[in-house]
Design a protein around this ligand. Sequence first.
Ligand SMILES: Cc1cc2nc3c(=O)[nH]c(=O)nc-3n(C[C@H](O)[C@H](O)[C@H](O)COP(=O)(O)O)c2cc1C
Length: 133
Amino acid sequence: MTNVERVCAFLDEAQTYYLATVEGDQPRVRPFGTALVYEGRLYIQTGRVKAVSRQIAANPKVELCAFHEGKWLRLAGELVDDDRREPKKAMLDKMPMLRGMYSEDDGNTQVLYFQNAVATIEGFGAAKETLEL
Ligand SMILES: Cc1cc2nc3c(=O)[nH]c(=O)nc-3n(C[C@H](O)[C@H](O)[C@H](O)COP(=O)(O)O)c2cc1C
């Protein structure tokens, strides 16, 4: 399993992670659930109309955190907007519940991938693991 696959599997198992952005000098955080490995990269999904999307456009540095089975994963890096149809389709195919709200061609669906990203996985009494994506 690649590091990207490991991080995605952790996020899938946790089901919910919390994505932090910055807006000026103010951190913002909200629950997210989308995660996909596509072309070897970790993608997430949002809507262009959302504040989170505007914050990422202004400053692509984000961090997310998920907790599952006694371990927490943090992933910090930059998000790159990928406006191609194929990764949007792959995301909606993996998470068909999203199709109630989104489609590949709605002009709102946005997928972004992590670059220059580092994940850490920690647990009480467990050695901290560092994974470069
Ligand atoms: C469990 C859970 C998972 C969610 N996953 C996502 C997601 O992957 N992408 C997304 O854009 N919104 C997702 N949402 C909705 C966002 O949390 C919500 O739209 C939030 O207000 C967006 O942040 P913003 O208000 O700063 O733009 C999820 C909500 C919940 C409760």
